[in-house]
Design a protein around this ligand. Structure first.
Ligand code: NAD
Ligand code: UGA
Length: 467
């Protein structure tokens, strides 16, 4: 016997819940998909007629929303009703690092997972498949199971728990979801596993759908992120050696990546990895290792995070050093604030720590990003009135710029922090004309492919892993 999934409920309408459910609704028109969230303004934004104001910017997402919303895809705050109606519930809530208590700064804060699970226990009806979509510490399924099995008096309801981690990357979410490298399903109950396989089978080839036990699935997700981040820290560590030895990081990356055993992906040196997950997932892995007494393993993965912090610090120092050792009162144009191109997400963006370090030194930052709003930057940087004032010879503050030219105006330097395509096609002559001399470009993403042209315009140019 196979479960017929008619109604899905997804708890959490965030970067994962929104796009993932949009794609499921698009690929499975016969299934009704309800995405629920407690955040009223986020739900309102998902329901907005203005598709440019959806809470998540992802290429291709708005098209799917316009096709499916109101047909078989719905966003609402009605958590109770949609849990009660669902045959399958995805838990897609946030799992940030704990900020206090045991494991603070390292362990995942599972309070949102626990509260969603309790909501499921209270409102679900009949047989319900609960799918972990959030990234979770190994053995979380056990916690979810204990909560869901705690109501021993209710004999009409039953639950099966699956782990189905999400591997999408922001900026390419729709493509990653429609053409995944693999779909991973961990579980013990074959009926439930098959029900989920049947959903993915609508568009994912059989050989790409793999099944494991719950713990392997949970651990595979943490390990995949740790491996990807480790490659970035490795190449960033080599970028520092390039700068001191006259090697070129782009050439080194290419030479390494052409070895089929290594591969060319994730070898792009930069200002450090950002995003809401890499750091938290590695720290979570470190915490897990420490918990199980695997201290050498914990130290190994911790070093990936340490190199990432060091990369941001060393870039900030290089900028100050080149601008004659002081940036107090100097205007600096920041090009790019999101953690990578094609997303409006700023969580853990390397731009945050680099901007904070420059503000500490008293710089006046004029920040421009093609997709990041003023409000998002406000959430990440200290308010201007909290920054130290002139008595300490410091006057750091930041300004939001709506164009790159505004950001460059009267500045001594441009710092490229995100690899947005539009930066590659700029008329740098025009930018040079509005800046103060000597004018610098610090290209932390190596997007400038013709350094001689830039230098011929009068700029001083620093590129990561090259000079
Ligand atoms: P997010 O913060 O964008 O969204 C989570 C949403 O869950 C929020 O809108 C929040 O209001 C809602 N929520 C929390 N508790 C709730 C409750 N009890 N009832 C209803 N709604 C509730 O987070 P995200 O980026 O979508 O990440 C979700 C999970 O997916 C995390 O575990 C993350 O590690 C993982 N993940 C994220 C990405 C990514 O690219 N962002 C990729 C793969 C996996
Ligand atoms: C990452 C993983 O790629 C996804 O598979 C995973 O699902 C997701 O985390 C998650 O669990 O949240 P994401 O953070 O969206 O996705 O973006 P990435 O493309 O992995 O980039 C992460 C950071 O590394 C960015 O700051 C990016 O600029 C940086 N990066 C990436 C480099 O500096 N060099 C590279 O070669 C690649």
């Amino acid at each position: 016997m196979e479960y017929q999934i008619n109604k899905i409920c997804c708890i959490g309408a965030g970067y994962v819940g929104g796009p993932t459910m949009a794609v499921i609704s698009d690929q499975c028109p016969e299934i009704e998909v309800n995405v629920v969230d407690l955040n009223v303004s986020r739900v309102a934004a998902w329901n907005s007629n203005d598709l440019s104001s959806l809470p998540v910017f992802e290429p291709g997402l708005a098209d799917i929303i316009s096709r499916r919303r109101g047909v078989n895809l719905f966003f609402s705050c009605d958590v109770e009703k949609n849990i009660a109606l669902a045959d399958m519930i995805f838990i897609s809530v946030n799992t940030p690092i704990k900020t206090s208590g045991i494991g603070a700064g390292m362990a995942s804060d599972l309070k949102w997972v626990e509260s969603s699970t309790r909501q499921i226990l209270k409102h679900a009806k009949g047989k319900t498949i609960v799918v972990e979509k959030s990234t979770l510490p190994v053995k979380t399924a056990k916690t979810i199971k204990s909560i869901l099995e705690s109501n021993i008096d209710n004999l009409t309801n039953s639950f099966s728990i699956l782990s189905n981690p999400e591997f999408l990357a922001e900026g390419t979410a729709i493509n990653d979801l429609t053409n995944p490298d693999r779909v991973l399903i961990g579980g013990e109950d074959n009926y439930a596993i098959n029900a989920l396989i049947n959903i993915y089978k609508n568009w994912v080839p059989n050989e790409k759908i793999i099944t494991t036990n719950l713990w392997s699935s949970e651990l595979s997700k943490l390990s995949a992120n740790a491996f990807l981040a480790q490659r970035i820290s490795s190449i960033n560590s080599i970028s520092a050696i390039c700068e001191t030895t006259g090697s070129n990081i782009n050439d080194v990356s290419k030479a390494i990546g052409m070895d089929r055993r290594i591969g060319s992906e994730f070898l792009k040196a930069g200002p450090g990895f950002g995003g809401s997950c890499f750091k938290k997932d590695i720290l979570n892995l470190v915490y897990l290792c420490q918990y199980y007494g695997l201290n050498e393993v914990a130290k190994y993965w911790q070093s990936v995070v340490n190199i990432n912090s060091w990369q941001k610090e060393r870039i900030s120092k290089i900028i100050v050093k080149n601008l004659f050792g002081t940036i107090s009162g100097k205007k600096i144009g920041i090009f790019g604030f999101s953690f990578k191109a094609n997303t409006n997400d700023t969580r853990e963006s390397p731009a945050i720590e680099i901007c904070k370090a420059l503000l500490e030194e008293g710089a006046i930052l004029q920040i421009y990003d093609p997709k990041v709003s003023h409000d998002s930057i406000k959430r990440e940087l200290p308010a201007n009135d909290e920054l130290e004032r002139p008595q300490n010879d410091k006057c750091g503050h930041w300004i939001y710029s709506t164009t790159s030219l505004e950001s460059a105006k009267e500045s001594d330097a441009i710092i490229i922090l995100t690899d947005w395509d539009e930066f590659r096609n700029y008329n740098w002559k025009k930018i040079y004309e509005v800046m103060r001399s000597p004018s610098w470009i610090f290209d932390t993403r190596n997007i400038i492919k013709n350094p001689n042209h830039i230098k011929s315009l009068g700029f001083n140019l620093w590129q990561l892993g090259i000079n």
